[in-house]
Design a protein around this ligand. Structure first.
Ligand code: SF4
Length: 360
């Protein structure tokens, strides 16, 4: 397949693996930020082909996994109301809340629908003026522009029966929280290429300098990942700590300015709780005060809801690179994709789901 095969060429993969093996002289712990990168490493079997000195740890870049339990319980509460059409991306429907999930709400007669874009939710609101249409706005910087455009469109058209639960998160504050932790083992990062396609990589420059850590913006195909790893290891072996851009076909330093402008118009940086990790300062986007009429938590008065995590789930430690999925006593036993205890076993980007699926 054009534009894909060239990044999966086996001879180039072999050559890169050989170069990495020749380069590495000591153990290094490297975190790939994005769950899509985790799945790609495992799907293509690359993790098993790396020299034993390279330890990959899996970062928090799975939006479904880090959406806090409270937000899921709020979604379930709102979706259960008879006047509501609740809309969400498909992954979120199976994520367990404290007692149930959105699929179960639908099975009991709730109007819960999967959409592929927040703009579909705005269209639903226009088509059903007698209903309240709520969109579950999760994701990193990649989904934020579309979510911003949806709420700005609803405002421009005067659509008052549209609102959103906002659980948008930002990557750089999460990386900083990982680096600040006393238990941090991460020595280098593969930054998420698609996030940087929107935001650029200028936000990573102060992080690399302050924490003396190499950060390589990396894509998702086998050759991308191995080139990203090679560049990270080369910096580590040479005592360097810089930001490099492996994903030049999609990423520039300043990113997509129009998309960033939409985000800034609709959202402001807020402290955000990450599931299993805790609150990270300025790590999320919340609706600006002038858009409060579109805030579903205020509209349905669920902002004070508090929830309790399953004591078995160690997802927070996994998402910070402190533990591996197989160290969770519930992995593959009490927790499976059919009966998940935590979000990383549900999401298509979740580390637990990747290890379960690819039998690691
Ligand atoms: S295997 Fe299940 S319970 Fe264990 S950390 Fe992963 S999602 Fe949580």
């Amino acid at each position: 397949m054009k534009h894909l095969d060239e990044y999966r060429d086996p001879s180039q993969v072999k050559a890169l693996l050989r170069e990495i093996e020749e380069l590495v002289s000591q153990p290094w712990v490297i975190m790939e930020i994005c769950g899509g990168q985790t799945h790609s490493f495992l799907r293509h079997g690359l993790d098993a082909l790396l020299p034993p000195q390279i330890e990959l740890v899996h970062g928090p870049g799975c939006p479904v996994c880090v959406t806090p339990l409270e937000q899921i319980d709020k979604a379930i509460t709102i979706a259960s109301r008879p006047e509501v059409i609740f809309t969400s991306y498909g992954d979120m429907l199976r994520v367990p809340g404290s007692g149930t999930d959105l699929f179960s709400v639908r099975a009991k007669g709730g109007d819960v629908r999967v959409v592929y874009s927040p703009l579909e939710a705005v269209q639903l609101a226009e088509a059903h003026p007698d209903k309240e249409v709520v969109f579950f706005a999760i994701g990193f910087e990649t989904t934020a522009p579309a979510n911003a455009m949806a709420v700005l469109l609803a405002q421009r058209k005067g659509i008052r029966n549209f609102s959103m639960i906002t659980a948008q998160v930002r990557v750089p504050p999460a990386m900083e929280a990982i680096l600040q932790a006393k238990s941090c083992r991460v020595q280098g990062f593969l930054a998420a290429g698609h996030v940087c396609a929107v935001m650029g990589f200028h936000e990573y420059l102060p992080l690399a300098e302050k924490y003396q850590v190499p950060i390589v913006v990396t894509g998702f195909e086998p050759i991308d990942l191995l080139q990203g790893l090679y560049a990270t290891i080369k910096q580590l072996e040479g005592g360097q700590a810089q930001v490099e851009n492996q994903y030049q076909r999609a990423v520039s330093e300043q990113g997509n300015q129009a998309a960033q402008q939409s985000i800034q118009t609709a959202f402001r940086a807020v402290d955000r709780k990450w599931r299993g990790i805790g609150t990270i300062p300025k790590s999320g986007w919340g609706l600006r005060p002038e858009l409060a009429a579109f805030d579903a938590e205020l509209k349905f008065e669920v902002q004070d809801l508090i929830s309790q995590e399953s004591p078995l789930c160690i997802a927070g430690e996994i998402l910070q690179g402190l533990k591996k999925t197989w160290e969770c006593p519930a992995f593959g036993k009490k927790c499976t994709p059919q009966n998940p205890l935590g979000a990383p076993m549900v999401s298509s980007e979740g580390a637990c789901a990747a290890y379960y699926r690819y039998h690691r």
